[in-house]
Design a protein around this ligand. Sequence first.
Ligand code: NAP
Length: 161
Amino acid sequence: MGEAHSMPVRGAIVAMTRDNIIGLNGTIPWHHSEDLKRFKRTTMGATIVMGRLTWESINCKALPGRRNIVISRNPVEKIESYTSVPEALEACDSDTWIIGGGQIYGASLYWISVLDVTYVPDRINDERAVRFPTIDPSIWEQTSSEPLGDSSLLNVIYRRR
Ligand SMILES: NC(=O)c1ccc[n+]([C@@H]2O[C@H](COP(=O)([O-])OP(=O)(O)OC[C@H]3O[C@@H](n4cnc5c(N)ncnc54)[C@H](OP(=O)(O)O)[C@@H]3O)[C@@H](O)[C@H]2O)c1
């Protein structure tokens, strides 16, 4: 009685360079174990939503301990899938994290209220690189910023204003 119930989180979690690069050639062009640990900690037990290409980048194997959802305009075998982001989110009533990639982040920003961004120090010079959409400061307020682990990574939380 009188207990506060917080609303489930609906956010995006991403690792990116200072210029918003998140991927190259169907993969993530760096490896930072502190970031992987944070990703696991944050998403464990929650629902994760990803685009079809990100699904293929993890070899079409569901990440354990989480409800995995894939977005594609076509049916996807052996995994829960939807043909649009709002349709997928409609089917989720607990904590939900959009986990990429670029297209799905772009299609999701409107529907979510938290961005969990880990900035990596890597520099990628390749015009084929995939990027996270621009984070508009008139929409998103930075509410925390702290080094992750060995401190070459910076985790920043943004909340919808
Ligand atoms: N750094 C990070 O944190 C991070 C996280 C995740 C991924 N990544 C990287 O990001 C890259 C993949 O990103 P990506 O942008 O190329 O692909 P993606 O967003 O993972 O998947 C794109 C696919 O999703 C479907 N899709 C996209 N928009 C849709 C919409 N509005 N409605 C319905 N379906 C839609 C389409 O599937 P169909 O073609 O089947 O219709 C499209 O081909 C990879 O390099 C991956 O490693 C990085």
